[in-house]
Write a protein that binds this ligand. Structure first.
Ligand SMILES: Cc1cc2nc3c(=O)[nH]c(=O)nc-3n(C[C@H](O)[C@H](O)[C@H](O)COP(=O)(O)OP(=O)(O)OC[C@H]3O[C@@H](n4cnc5c(N)ncnc54)[C@H](O)[C@@H]3O)c2cc1C
Length: 381
């Protein structure tokens, strides 16, 4: 029997493998991964500097430990170069591996913005354990870090690096942090609380150029201002990894296109996690992939199981301003109702009939998360 082959050892790949083993202990399972195959929680990467964690202490299990735990063959440091959907094989260079069923759990790349200057190549991103280890090694005591992007990941890094004793400048084209998830009032509160712990904001502008000045970098902004930094970290968004699927003739759009059964356009090829677009939704968060992993495991074990997503509020790891968001669906019609609550803020997004479609909670208002989440419509019914 040809094995089930999973490409990727992130939370999506390992969770679908674990869920599958609860239902099917026998079918041979092979996991091919371009990285070390260590099992770790990626969200920790933007909240681990302050507490001094190393890449080794973030990794919970090695590839060998995972292989034993889930009874699988795991090949780390193995870049899959092609998929032949008709022949049911994947290629690693010249080597071919046959699959019965194939699961794409390839994740997403950090987007890189075009920036001028002779120091532009010094911009780094942190998207996996290796990146984290390199960035951590480059940080000296009290480094000045320029952080491009004030979204979820950028805001978390800003809080974490500042707590870790570094001096952080955040640059974003938007007028307030987390502008895609928060109304202006919530963004202003987050901005103010992070400024309170020492973050310097450069909002409504962008990085024009980065130039080397000895061992330091001069960061020049479109608004004409400039400052010196030791490191530049970019966190401006993620792009699903679609190239491998696209080259194999598998349908892609913003992500690898799948239906609610996680089926791609190719027979016996499934996908989940940050690389997919499911019913038009690209949701690069942990909760959607956990729901997907359970449903896809049941499908792989022989019981076709469509996935559904309930409302899945996201905890923003900014202890300076505890924040939980459940943004309304893209294009949803409605208005934000804002109320200040103790030292926090409650923002409810409601439609014309008064139906709750999303929320953003800060400070003490975060205690209302569970009660409010129950009132929200499902993300995918
Ligand atoms: C810093 C940071 C903080 C985050 N914080 C949160 C949070 O607080 N809450 C939340 O819900 N989400 C958060 N996220 C998002 C969340 O971590 C991701 O949604 C999730 O980890 C994605 O898992 P994945 O398995 O789909 O992708 P990945 O973890 O990216 O795994 C992809 C895997 O595919 C492998 N691969 C890629 N190409 C190939 C190839 N050609 N051949 C073989 N293997 C290949 C890679 O090596 C890797 O093993 C955060 C993300 C980041 C970067």
């Amino acid at each position: 029997m040809n094995p089930i082959v999973i490409l990727g050892s992130g939370l999506a790949g390992y969770n679908v493998a674990r869920e599958l083993r609860k239902l099917d202990k026998e079918t041979p399972l092979v996991i091919l991964s371009a990285d070390s195959g260590s099992f770790y929680s990626k969200p920790m990467l933007s909240s681990a500097f302050g507490s001094g964690k190393t890449a080794q202490s973030i990794a919970m299990n090695s590839a060998e430990q995972m292989a034993t735990q889930i009874n699988a063959t795991i090949r780390p440091d193995t870049q899959v170069t092609a998929i032949d959907a008709a022949a049911h094989t994947v290629s690693i260079g010249e080597e071919k591996i046959a699959y019965g069923k194939l699961v794409l759990a390839l994740g997403a790349d950090q987007i890189r913005l075009p920036i001028g200057g002779d120091g532009a190549d010094a911009v780094v991103t942190v998207n996996d354990l290796d990146d984290y280890a390199k960035f951590r090694a480059a940080l000296k005591d009290q480094s000045t870090v320029a952080l491009i992007g004030a979204g979820l990941i950028g805001s978390e890094f800003a809080n974490d690096l500042t707590t870790g004793g570094h001096s952080v400048h955040v640059i974003d084209i938007a007028a307030w942090p987390l502008s895609r998830l928060l109304p202006p009032e919530g963004g202003a509160l987050l901005q103010q609380k992070l400024a309170g712990i020492g973050v310097t904001w450069h909002l409504g502008t962008s990085v024009a150029s980065i130039d080397r000045e000895g061992s330091r970098l001069k960061v020049s902004l479109a608004d004409g201002s400039a400052f010196d930094a030791d490191l530049v970290l970019s966190a401006v968004g993620l792009r699903p990894r679609t190239a491998l699927a696209q080259a194999a003739g598998i349908k892609t759009h913003r992500g690898i296109v799948v239906n609610k059964l996680h089926e791609t356009s190719a027979p016996d090829v499934y996908a989940l996690g940050d690389c997919v677009e499911i019913e038009g939704l690209v949701l690069p968060y942990v909760m959607p992939l956990m729901n997907s992993a359970r449903a896809l495991a049941a499908t792989l074990a022989g019981k076709a199981t469509p996935v559904s997503y309930p409302a899945m509020p996201v905890l923003v790891k900014t202890p300076a301003c505890p924040t939980i968001v459940s943004p309304p669906a893209t294009g949803a019609q409605g208005v934000w109702e804002i109320s200040a609550k103790d030292d926090g803020l409650k923002a409810l997004f409601k439609n014309g009939e008064g139906r709750l479609l999303g929320f953003a909670l800060h400070g003490k208002a975060t205690a209302e998360r569970a009660a409010l989440a129950q009132q929200l419509p499902p993300v995918l019914a």
